[in-house]
Design a binder for this molecule. Structure first.
Ligand code: ATP
Ligand code: MG
Length: 181
């Protein structure tokens, strides 16, 4: 078999599904290091479509930006994904699909997001919103909500991936399978 220049072996990581079937709730994944959190993001980035909305929750330093960096990698974003805290939103145009990365920490409401007048529409891009829980759900009927939690005494993070509508549940499963987790 001939491998094209873009072929890469699947990344080896320590991502582990702690609980796959939680009834109505999505899988819970354990992420020992920041590299693992980025790897989860990369796996998700590879299954994203234009119009997708991902809402990230979790406390300060939980790894929301680290996860978004991985999503950027998976989309082929080559410019650095950094926290958009002071600019509210950053648009990365060089990947497979435009990535709109929002930090809603200081955002009073979704109207303020509209006022930013971004270069791309929600339909044609992937939107990832840190601190978006309880607000950004109104942007779309279908979205993936990821809640990150951190341990008190180690770097370990856990991510709960909750699919809402669309084909999110199937795509989350596909992304996790792709990483052999
Ligand atoms: N398992 C892990 N997953 C993610 N980040 C980790 C992990 N272990 C250590 N870290 C470190 O924790 C920090 C996470 O910071 P990050 O900016 O991603 O968090 P955040 O949730 O976006 O914070 P904020 O609420 O300020 O936006 C980074 O410095 C990262 O290197
Ligand atoms: Mg952040």
């Amino acid at each position: 078999m001939t491998m094209g220049p873009r072929w890469r072996p699947p990344a080896r990581t320590d991502i582990r599904i702690v609980e796959a079937d939680r009834g109505d709730a999505g899988p819970r994944v354990e992420l020992p290091t920041a590299t693992d959190t980025r790897a989860l993001g990369r796996a998700l980035g590879e299954v994203l479509h234009a119009g997708d909305l991902i809402i990230l929750g979790g406390p300060l330093g939980a790894g929301k930006t680290a996860l978004t960096q991985g999503i950027g990698d998976g989309l082929g974003v080559t410019t650095g994904v950094v926290s958009p805290t002071f600019v509210i939103a950053r648009v990365h145009l060089e990947g497979r699909i435009p990535l709109v990365h929002v930090d809603a920490y200081r955002l009073g409401g979704l109207g303020e997001l509209d006022d930013l007048d971004l270069d791309v529409s929600q339909d044609e891009s992937v939107t990832v919103i840190e601190w978006g829980a309880g607000m950004a759900e109104a942007l779309s009927d279908a979205y993936l909500r990821i809640d990150l939690a951190r341990a008190d005494d180690s770097d370990v993070r856990t991510a709960v991936l909750d699919a809402h509508g669309g084909d999110w549940a199937a795509r989350v499963a596909e992304a996790l399978r792709a990483r052999h987790v």
